[in-house]
Structure formats: structure tokens, C-alpha cells
Design a protein around this ligand. Structure first.
Ligand SMILES: NC(=O)c1ccc[n+]([C@@H]2O[C@H](COP(=O)([O-])OP(=O)(O)OC[C@H]3O[C@@H](n4cnc5c(N)ncnc54)[C@H](O)[C@@H]3O)[C@@H](O)[C@H]2O)c1
Length: 309
């Protein structure tokens, strides 16, 4: 198939590009390099350095006639969404609408959308959250992800667009940006390997559902072959505290570091964990990497980067 990966120079998008190439698809990337990096795209893939809001998207879709689109491009920094909700909505809502307009106009067969199981449910009332959990996002970013899902539903209803929205939990793994605001695994790993001491926000008992990037990529590939529309949680159903992640990383890096705590981050969710049963039932997807395996691969990746530089 001819597939477009928006945000293909980013963390998840670039891992997805690799998997699509391995599956024999013809892959194209649109990325404005706001956070993505050229070196993340290892193979010889056509890369269009456009903003997804750009009118040039129409010309690209007309020329290439994509079969499917994996929509990963987004402003994904929750804090930035709070500081600048207009910028956030421009990228995540207007950008998504521009993309969906192109998909409908040029009869793209399938759109797979990167939604968020961490941000859409807000402070959870039940654990793990199923897809039916109340959706009360606590941030502009979460609102834009929910809006993206609603637009998909609207375009499906009105124009017959086929879509799958995947609500990712906390994704971690190779190529995650260790210098960003999000991505505790990448940040801690980088710091530990550089001999720096990470500071855990608050008491570190806050929990997240950590899912390995290769499992998230596998879910996208399953979604490509799913014949219906749907919205699925892509997580592990396992809650892990930030303290536990820190301890595992200390072990895996072999660094002599002790837990240090700072003030809590304001507005930070306390517990987040999502139920992946529906994805197992409908997509035949299950996470294959447990946390230790995934963290080991992540540590190896960052260590090799050290050796290469
Ligand atoms: N990392 C996570 O834990 C997580 C969790 C839930 C959902 N998501 C979603 O998954 C997707 C990928 O996230 P990621 O972690 O790989 O982030 P990332 O920042 O590494 O990737 C996003 C990519 O999109 C590009 N981009 C951003 N705005 C763009 C625009 N307007 N036009 C063109 N390109 C643009 C960036 O340059 C970057 O390459 C995002 O949609 C994000 O919201 C991520």
C-alpha cells in the first residue's frame, strides 16, 4: 500500500515508518520538524517538510493518491497546550481537519489517528479505564485529541471515511526525545547515563501505564487491516509508579543513584491506566514487551547513542 505517516520524523512516527517499510509498504512522510529529527528517518523515504495545516497538503494528496494515512503529527506537550492553547488547537484541531479534508477529497481508504488514553479520561474514576470511561480531559491537549476523534466520527458519518483511533497510554522507547517536557523514561535514562540525578516530581507514587513503542507500532499495523471503524485503548492495563520506573532504570543502567524528590507538578494526574481488552478482542493486539524488556531496549538505545557521539 501507499501510506503517509504524518509526524514520521518524530518518536512514534519514525518507528512506524520502519515497520511499514518492513511490511513492504511504500512510505511517505510529512513533518514540519518542530520536534521531529531527520536522523530518525533511517531509510530513503520521501519527506515533505510541510505543516499539516498547509494548503500544500492538497497538492501532495492529489499527486500521490495515498491508500492510508497514519496521523501522528501533533503538538504533544501538555504544558505547552496550557500555556498556548491557540497554538495547540491550530496544530491538533485545524491541522487534523485539513488532513481529513484531503483524505475525503482524494478517497484515502483508511485513517489511523494517534489519540491519547492518558489525556482523554482526565483524573480517572475507575481503573483501568475502558473506552467507555467518562471523557473529561484536564488539558487543552486532551481536548484536541478528543476533538480529533469526534471529527473522525463526523467524517465517517458524512463521507464514509474509514478510521481507527488509537488511544495510546504513556509510550516509551528508542528515539523518544530526552530533552522534552514529557517522556519520563527518556529523560531519566539520559540523565542517569550522563551521570546526572533525576528529580522525581512529588512523592513519585503517581502511576502511569507504560507501553513500549514497538507495541504501539504493532497496534497501528493491526489497525490498518481492521475492516471496521473503532476507538481502542493501546496500553498494558498495568499501573507503574514513577518511583518503580526510576528503580528499574537505576538497575538497568547500573548507575549508582538514589531517589530524589522535588515539588509536585501542578495539575499532574495522580493515577492513569487503561484497559486494552477491546483491542485484544477486535484487533487481535496485545502488548508483547514487558516493562523490563522495553526499558532494557531503551537503555541500550541511549547507551549506543552515547558511544556513537
Ligand atoms: N508519546 C506518548 O506517550 C503519546 C501518548 C499519547 C499520544 N501520543 C500521540 O502520538 C503522536 C506522536 O507522538 P510522539 O511522542 O512521537 O511525539 P513527537 O513530538 O516525537 O512526534 C510528533 C511529530 O509531529 C511533527 N509535527 C508536529 N506538529 C506538526 C505539524 N503541525 N505539521 C507537521 N508535523 C508536525 C513533529 O515535528 C514530530 O516529528 C502524537 O499525535 C501524540 O499526541 C503520544
Amino acid at each position: 500500500m501507499k501510506v503517509l505517516v504524518t509526524g514520521g520524523a518524530g518518536f512514534i512516527g519514525s518507528n512506524l515508518v520502519d515497520a511499514c517499510l518492513q511490511d513492504g509498504h511504500q512510505v511517505f512522510v510529512v513533518d514540519n520538524f518542530s520536534t521531529g529529527r531527520r536522523e530518525n528517518i533511517v531509510a530513503d523515504v520521501p519527506v515533505y517538510p510541510f505543516n499539516i495545516q498547509d494548503a500544500k497538503m492538497d497538492e501532495l494528496f492529489r499527486k500521490e493518491q495515498f491508500d492510508a494515512v497514519f496521523h501522528q503529527a501533533a503538538q504533544m506537550d501538555v504544558r505547552r497546550s496550557v500555556q498556548d492553547p491557540i497554538f495547540d488547537a491550530q496544530n491538533n484541531i485545524l491541522g487534523t481537519i485539513n488532513l481529513l479534508q484531503c483524505c475525503v477529497k482524494y478517497q484515502v481508504k483508511k485513517v489511523i489517528f494517534a489519540s491519547s488514553g492518558g489525556a482523554i479520561y482526565g483524573e480517572q474514576e475507575s481503573f483501568p479505564a475502558t473506552e467507555n470511561h467518562s471523557q473529561t480531559p484536564y488539558s487543552p491537549y486532551g481536548i484536541t485529541k478528543l476533538a480529533g476523534e469526534k471529527y473522525l466520527f463526523y467524517y465517517a458519518l458524512t463521507y464514509g471515511l474509514h478510521y481507527v483511533a488509537l488511544r495510546y497510554a504513556n509510550v516509551y522507547g528508542p528515539r523518544q526525545n530526552p530533552r522534552g517536557e514529557a517522556g519520563v523514561v527518556a529523560i531519566f535514562t539520559r540523565m542517569l547515563l550522563d551521570g546526572l540525578e533525576p528529580i522525581i516530581n512529588g512523592n513519585g507514587k503517581q502511576t502511569r501505564d507504560f507501553v513500549f513503542v514497538k507495541d504501539v507500532v504493532a497496534a497501528n499495523i493491526k489497525a490498518l487491516h481492521y475492516e471496521k471503524n473503532g476507538v481502542f485503548n493501546i496500553g498494558t492495563g498495568i499501573e507503574t509508579s514513577i518511583n518503580q520506573v526510576f528503580q528499574k532504570l537505576v538497575q538497568l543502567t547500573g548507575v549508582d543513584a538514589v531517589e530524589k524528590h522535588g515539588p509536585s507538578a501542578s495539575g499532574e494526574q495522580f493515577r492513569s491506566v487503561i484497559d486494552p481488552s477491546l483491542a485484544a478482542q477486535k484487533l487481535g493486539w496485545r502488548p508483547r514487551h514487558d516493562l523490563t524488556e522495553g526499558l532494557q531496549e531503551t537503555v541500550d538505545f541511549f547507551r549506543n547513542q552515547n558511544n556513537a557521539s
